[in-house]
Design a protein around this ligand. Sequence first.
Ligand SMILES: N[C@@H](CCC(=O)N[C@@H](CS)C(=O)NCC(=O)O)C(=O)O
Length: 215
Amino acid sequence: MTLTLYHYVHCPYCVRVRMALGYLNLDYTSNVLAYNDEMTPVGLTGKKMLPILKHDQGVLNESLDIIQFIDKANKLKVEEIVGSDSFKKVEAILTKISSPIHSLTMPYWIYTPEFSEASRIYFQKKKEEKRGPFSELVKQRDHYIKELAPDLKKIEDCLIPFYGSSELGLLDILIASHLWGLYVVPEFQFSEKIHHYLQSIKQYCRFNYHKDFWG
Ligand SMILES: N[C@@H](CCC(=O)N[C@@H](CS)C(=O)NCC(=O)O)C(=O)O
């Protein structure tokens, strides 16, 4: 099976898929798209949304559909997990923490190597329309860090050492991919337990955030 992944390095849904590909030890061609490249995703799926997985029979454009498709041996039990109460609980936490995470991370993501000047300007303009000036987000960082704390604690309390389990599963990939971006924020520090949790997922998933740029 030939697999090509079109992704953004910063995108948590893309990170999900990269972690799953690594966990399942699958080879794929990695194609980091410039954030201002509208033509490539629209040409592949009709809309500008990543991740996109191109495979021998077609393309997929939803992270969980992609993971289910590549996981031929059903190691990550996507269907079973997606129907579970734990999934709903994790999804609710991730939905809640997405906004403060993005307010903290976006002003820094734009200076990571996936961005050129043109894609940085495009990203900043689009995101500032929704969130306000990045300079203000940076000033408010303590507020966002405080907002995140109770939900990070909720996650931490369920780690045994993985989320509600002694073994790594899909929920860990979902949590880790949403939290990973916070590593780019200089003023933010994970608790020791969450940091070790994320680093262990990194190992299991052979995950290297900036692999496409720094190998
Ligand atoms: N439900 C989708 C969500 C993917 C998604 O929201 N991707 C974002 C990047 S994080 C995107 O491509 N948004 C369009 C844009 O930013 O222009 C999935 O699970 O794959």
